[in-house]
Ligand binder design. Structure first.
Ligand code: KIV
Ligand code: ZN
Length: 498
């Protein structure tokens, strides 16, 4: 069986743009339209020309700016709307008018205050009128999801007879179940005599989180156009996501369906839309979310490193993401740590890696995520090898209205020593305790604390410079606890004297 094409109708600039706060100016819309053209969408719904002069102008400018895709303008089943849309589309190389009317019991009775017969008449009249301006006319049966199938079939048959090239079956309220939506499309295929003279389109909303599932059952049952938006942006809970449907069709080859989307541009386009529309993409969003290809549990990381397909059904590169990311957290295992450390260019033997792992787990318990900078420091400490003095325990009490006190335990030449001291702060108290154990006369010449990257849970780097009998010694450490980092750095410098 030959593969069949599914047309991608992108409505990011119409349904997507209806989201409060996501409005774009004409220049931004042209940028998105050009990106959608590069992405390979077949139809761009550029706006609702009668709704505002801004929308009219955007449809005009997008019509001029793109060459390949069909440019479509939305209308109600109203003559004036259709005339204005035709005017806005006058520069489009391939114009389409998208006209329609509500067909559900609710819409006919409570929105349009009409009857089923009159709605069929208006639908047919709208399509026939649009046909006077353009050849390509798409009809939408608004709230088709809640429209009784028999009546829907009657409307669809009539509009195809009037010349509709595409018939759009929207689940406007996102109400239908996937099996109901699939059955609706099948019903139309089976009961509309002239159905093969038009393409069936799906237009699903995500109110119950079923937009993609409904679109897919629609396609499986014969729809050959999908109305989608980038990142699933759209009215209320949004529309079907372009990236989800495209990647389902690409991944599930047995369906024998394809789109002309260049999937490698998906991520880039997603980010452009998100930035311009000021609408963040949720981290766990399928395909384009920050975590869509991030693995954090030890078992998964180990599995992905052995063979990506163990836990990934899509190669991240196929959507334009360079590689899956292994996020190092407290749940990561040795395999992931070794992989990342080697990527940073370090080779550690088993013993050093085991030791690094213990340090890593301690840091990871304090920080949500251990980044490359943290790792470089931990590896650096690891490479330095054992010191003649080690800080084995540190306890401090400090704060407003209390005397800073520190108890330090050090290991020197296999023996353990503890001392307590007070000071003008926890670091001063700790240094005094260290000095009274090590019993060397030193002058602290420099003491520098730096946060490494961002966030209050970050590692602090401490550099210390001390003088002993005219010689200078340097100490360094990093820790999420800056008091500990300071004492470790001081001990590091002291260890060079002893
Ligand atoms: O959701 C819907 O029914 C629509 C139509 C205007 C196509 O957006
Ligand atoms: Zn819609």
């Amino acid at each position: 069986m030959q593969k069949e094409k599914v047309y991608v109708f992108d409505t990011t600039l119409r349904d997507g743009e209806q989201v409060p706060g996501c409005q774009l100016n004409t220049i931004e819309k042209i940028e998105v339209a050009k990106a959608l053209e590069l992405l390979g969408v077949d139809i761009i719904e550029a706006g609702f020309p009668i709704s505002s002069p801004g929308d009219f102008n955007s449809v005009v400018e997008i019509s001029k700016a793109v060459t390949e895709p069909v440019v479509c303008g939305l209308t109600r089943a109203v003559e004036k709307d259709i005339e204005v849309a035709a005017d806005a589309l006058k520069f489009a190389k391939r114009p389409r008018i998208h006209t329609g009317i509500g067909t559900s019991y609710y819409h006919i009775n409570y929105k349009l205050n009409s009857t089923q017969d009159k709605i069929v008449e208006r639908a047919v009249a709208a399509v026939a009128y649009a046909k006077k301006f353009v050849e390509d006319v798409e009809f939408y049966a608004e709230d088709a999801g809640r429209t009784e199938n028999k009546y829907l079939a009657r409307v669809i048959q009539a509009v195809i007879k009037a010349g509709a090239t595409v018939v759009n079956i929207p689940d406007t309220t996102g109400y239908t179940l996937p099996e109901e939506f699939g059955a609706k499309i099948k019903y139309l295929k089976d009961h509309v005599d002239n159905i093969d003279d038009a393409i069936i389109s799906t237009h699903c909303h995500n109110d119950l989180g079923m937009a993609t599932a409904n679109t897919m059952t629609g396609v499986i049952n014969g729809a050959r156009q999908v109305e989608v938006t980038m990142n699933g942006i759209g009215e209320r809970a949004g529309n079907t996501s372009l990236e989800e449907v495209v990647m389902i069709l690409k991944s599930r080859k047995h369906l024998k369906l394809y789109t002309d989307i260049n999937s490698k541009l998906i991520y880039k386009t997603s980010r452009l839309v998100s930035t311009l529309m000021r609408m963040p993409v949720q981290a766990n969003k399928a395909i384009v979310g920050r975590n869509a290809f991030a693995h954090s549990s030890g078992i998964h990381q180990d599995g992905v490193l052995k063979k990506r397909e163990n836990y990934e059904i899509i190669d991240p590169r196929s959507v334009g993401i360079n590689e899956s990311s292994i996020v190092l957290t407290a749940r990561s295992g040795r395999a992931a740590l070794k992989h990342r450390v080697e990527k940073l260019g370090y080779k550690l033997n088993k013993e050093k890696l085991d030791h690094l792992y213990n340090e890593f787990v301690t840091v990871a318990d304090k920080k949500k995520e251990v980044n490359d900078e943290d790792l470089k420091i931990l590896v650096g400490k690891e490479k330095r090898g054992p010191r003649s003095i080690e800080l084995t325990s540190l306890q401090v009490t400090c704060g407003k209205n209390s005397i800073p006190t520190a108890t330090v335990t050090l290991e020197m030449a296999g023996e353990t020593f503890s001392e307590s001291a007070i000071g003008n702060g926890p670091i001063d108290a700790s240094f005094s305790a260290v000095k009274s154990i090590v019993k060397k006369k030193v002058i602290l010449e420099e003491f520098l604390i730096q946060a490494i990257t961002r966030g209050s849970n970050d590692m602090g780097k401490v550099h210390v410079q001390i003088q002993h009998k005219g010689n200078t010694f340097y100490g360094f450490s990093a820790n999420t606890d800056i008091v500990t980092a300071s004492v470790e750095a001081f001990v590091d410098a002291m260890a060079q004297i002893v």
